[in-house]
Design a protein around this ligand. Sequence first.
Ligand code: ARG
Length: 471
Amino acid sequence: MDEKKDIKTKLWGGRFKESTAPLVEEYTQSVDFDKNLYAEDIAGSRAHARMLAAQGILSPEEAEQIIQGLDQIQKEIEQGTFIWQKSLEDVHMNIEHRLTELIGPVGQKLHTGRSRNDQVALDFRLHVSKCLSLWQKNLVSLVSVLVEQAEKHIDTILPGYTHLQPAQPVSLAQHLLAYVQMFCRDCERVLEARKRVRVSPLGAAALAGTTYPLDPGMVADELGLDGIFFNSMDAVSDRDFVLEALFIGATIMIHLSRMCEEIILWANPGFGFIELPDAFATGSSIMPQKKNPDVAEIMRGKTGRSVGNLISLMTTMKGLPLTYNRDLQEDKEPFLDTHKAVYMSLQIMARMMEEIKFNARAMNRALKEGFLNATELADYLVGKGIPFRQAHHITGNIVAYAEKKGVGLEDLTIQEFKQFSEEIEDDVYMALDFKQAVGRRETPGGTGPQSVERQIKWARDWIRQKNGGSV
Ligand code: ARG
């Protein structure tokens, strides 16, 4: 870096006599990451220029020149010919500097009635809003894939777990539909948060509003935003919209991570419930037999970072006095990082769930070995008039017996059953049947096939509504 660079090239250099120390320049610059906001910065500037002209602050010709210059800059950035300069600090000053190079002094009029404080807030709101739309779209796609799989597996039965111990048999569809609920809630959260994101802060200027007769409503309309700020000091210092997005992003990642945890467990030969598609697994460089669930592990790993990103910005915010403080520059990297994780993970999970192979035989084996019909036997005994506590105890004894013998409850003979309770008859085998056990749970939201069908119908309606009426 050139230490003797003339301080007067800085857009704020008027009152300065000495150059910024190179280390400070590198430390304070944000262009490395806020150049990701270039499209929003240009869109915001176009809207601002049009509004300035409409209010008679710029002439129509001046606004036109500015807009053409901005169009040219957008092209240069997208073609990769734009030269980003760290000495110009951030995306805003890089673009404004180039604008003046291209169109001369008129370029310097663009910033009339505006501060970087309301400018950056606007850019970031537009950016977060764009990202939230992508999350929404990809959440709906993932829900669609899960519903498709659920539909195919209403009759596939596997152990449901509590404490990671085999508990009761459930339909695989029910298991997948639990995640559908999580991702639907995430999507609703995205839509709710978007309303608060899509508010224009432009016109707040540095902190106090401005003496120019601006029309902030026109800028908001131009940009398709839903409203404008109510208080200029709040407008330039509020980052709740990022916090909300980070919370939602972290929650999406947590849901994905829980799913990853199950994928990792289920791919373990001890479970053997799934086979991962080759395209979503990796081998070991030393152990030829291995097929590792690295993709799910990386996703689970990235979740930690996404949670950290939320905590990081919450911590930054907690001590800030009104209004804009440069600390706020620290809002971008956590969000950009969370966005990348959420956006990629949602797409990858959808593809992985589309191609995953479920192994019903292994699930059935686990049902037998885990005595997942023990509750059914206890309920059966209750049906024969035995008090529940006693039925629980008798069943426990029968399970211990079968375990010792190395068989499932359904493999015991009637004579064997009768050693534990005279009440047990031939109809016990019906009670012990796993499919029947699932079929008996038709309470609302239960795992019975009719209940599952209702959930699938609900999810299909939800998807249709989110896709604007089409399937
Ligand atoms: N890079 C800054 C940020 O991200 C832009 C706003 C700078 N404003 C200022 N008054 N220095 O927050």
